[in-house]
Write a protein that binds this ligand. Structure first.
Ligand SMILES: CC(C)(COP(=O)(O)OP(=O)(O)OC[C@H]1O[C@@H](n2cnc3c(N)ncnc32)[C@H](O)[C@@H]1OP(=O)(O)O)[C@@H](O)C(=O)NCCC(=O)NCCS
Length: 512
């Protein structure tokens, strides 16, 4: 075995030998250059033999060594200056450093958006009004139906907890428990719909804001709770199944009387059936219940404040861009939509695509990074994988597996795998998951708008043939471009369809 330093020493000797043989030897490896030159750079090498050089130093050394080499060239070498080589832009060259092109794209993007920004300002003036949103909520301080709906949702949480407690004690049989859970979950989905469709104050005055912000917010909370309570029921049922199976096999059961197991205070069934545990799950940034969630050691204040500032900043930016950029385009699309002027509709669609996409990206960051991390940090919830690298998706399937991890996890654990276990094929199970997802997308859009048009539903269901097409015919960068295309064009298309239908339904009736 070589003594420490021997390898370095022999490497240096080999390098010196190479210098003596041919003048200079230069090896470039990922930006660091180990250079061994004949005369002028040998001193530097002796000073710091193992030192890695930065890019400018490396370039300088390379230049020097090339000059040195040229000086040493024999006259016969100077007769030829060509060798067989590919142009950089041809794929055979193997060249793939397009950093400069990426920077160019960013500069072009900023410039073209600056032009759009100026054009928008010149045409519409400043439309941003942060007070408008607040005043909408403060206009009628005693009638906040969305907030009332959210408060009432606690009832469903308590019913689920009560049912599970009764099941654990044996006061409810499995069948009775199942029926109570089913009723609880069904009422949970239908109750807010009934309120939004019947209580006039939800749909008064500023239709757009109240419908979309108030109604969609309340429905979003109910949908999240629905998925959580479904998971809560499943996991507690699995615990009962496991403990009774163990009780049959062994004399010991999984459940422990104290509710805690062993030294590390892990809670076990039925010790988890407490109000504290239930509300921890209700607020935790996950849809999948677990008896012992991974916990982070402490709350990092600087992380928490950064996420909070991001949340506030992006909320303002989202509202401002909607008021200044989205709303004028949507308003200007009404006429072409009404006249069914196809070329103008196409132009409006493409015009809407840019702000819609930017808002969607900001929403992604605001929700999946800032907000979920904020609540996770506050609750010391350890699992922060809320999204994966969906932006690199080369297939539609990869996108759906990685863009919304909480929903994907829920789908896999509580719907997809149980269907597979029951013997359904992969194709049927995937279609069932997308059907359920399509139902909830439509639910969240149609109910606040009080208009059932199935555009969101069809958009989600279209993912299945799209996934098949992209998976079969487009790969690599083409697949990635297809995923981006579907996101950039698909969403504003659905938005315009709802706007069109909404306009036809309300404004045409008004003018008639
Ligand atoms: C439908 C969906 C769940 C499919 O997911 P997927 O990852 O492509 O599914 P796969 O067939 O690759 O299998 C996933 C899992 O099932 C398991 N599995 C596959 N076939 C199985 C079988 N016959 N029996 C048991 N398990 C099986 C796999 O081993 C894998 O397990 P792992 O997660 O532990 O590795 C996913 O596309 C999805 O979540 N779609 C909806 C997303 C959505 O609507 N999001 C809303 C965002 S707003």
């Amino acid at each position: 075995m070589a003594a420490p330093g021997t390898a370095g020493f022999s490497r240096r000797r080999r390098a010196t030998f190479a210098v003596r043989q041919g003048g200079s030897l230069l090896s470039v490896n990922g930006g660091s250059v180990a250079a061994c030159q004949s005369s002028d750079t040998r001193e530097q090498g002796a000073e710091s033999p193992g030192k890695k050089l930065g890019a400018p130093e490396a370039a300088q050394l390379k230049g020097k060594s090339e000059k040195q080499k040229r000086r040493n060239d024999k006259p016969s070498d100077m007769l030829s200056c060509h060798r067989t080589q590919e142009s950089l832009l041809s794929s055979a060259s193997g060249y793939n450093n397009y950093r400069g092109v990426l920077n160019w794209c960013v500069v072009m993007l900023i410039l073209s958006n600056a032009r759009l920004f100026l054009e928008n300002l010149l045409r519409h003036g400043i439309l941003v009004d942060p007070i408008q949103v607040l005043s909408l909520f403060l206009k009628n301080p005693y009638s906040w139906p969305a907030a009332c709906l959210v408060i009432v949702s606690n009832l469903f949480i308590l019913v689920a907890l009560y049912t599970e407690r009764q099941l654990s004690k044996g006061s409810f049989g499995e069948h009775v428990g199942f029926v109570v859970h089913c009723i609880n979950l069904t009422v949970m989905l239908t109750f807010p719909v009934a309120v939004i469709l019947t209580v006039p104050s939800v749909t008064q005055d500023d239709v757009f804001c109240m419908f979309l912000v108030g109604g969609a917010f309340a429905l979003g909370i109910y949908t999240i709770l629905f998925l959580k309570l479904y998971s809560y029921r499943d996991v507690n049922m699995w615990c009962r199944d496991l403990s009774s199976a163990k009780a049959k096999k062994l004399s010991r059961s999984l459940s422990c009387p104290s509710g805690f197991s062993g030294d590390n205070l892990k809670v076990c069934y039925p010790g988890n059936l407490t109000l504290k545990d239930m509300y921890y799950f209700a607020f935790a940034p996950t849809l999948c219940y677990e008896l012992n969630f991974p916990r982070s050691p402490k709350i990092r204040m600087s992380f928490l404040i950064r996420r909070l500032l991001e949340m506030l900043f992006f909320t303002q930016l989202l509202v401002a861009l909607t008021q200044q950029w989205m709303v004028p385009i949507i308003q200007s699309s009404m006429k072409p939509l009404e006249d069914m002027d196809l070329s103008r509709m196409m132009e409006r669609l493409l015009r809407l695509a840019v702000p819609n996409h930017l808002l969607w990206l900001m929403f992604f960051y605001w929700f999946f990074h800032s907000s979920l991390n904020f609540s996770a940090e506050l609750l010391r919830f350890g699992d922060r994988q809320f999204y994966k690298d969906w932006w690199n998706a080369e297939s539609v399937t990869y996108f759906w597996q990685n863009w919304n991890i909480p929903v994907h996890k829920w789908c896999l654990r509580h719907f997809y795998k149980p269907l597979l276990k029951k013997g359904f094929s992969k194709m049927v199970s995937q279609s069932a998951v997308f059907f359920l997802s399509a139902f909830f997308h439509e639910y969240l859009v149609s109910v606040p708008l009080r208009m059932f048009r199935l555009w969101a539903f069809m958009g989600m269901m279209a993912q299945l043939p799209l996934a098949w097409f992209v998976g079969k015919f487009l790969h690599g960068n083409y697949g990635n471009a297809a995923v981006w295309m579907s996101l950039i064009i698909g969403q504003p298309f659905a938005v315009l369809m709802y706007v069109h239908d909404y306009y036809v339904l309300h404004h045409r009736l008004d003018t008639d």
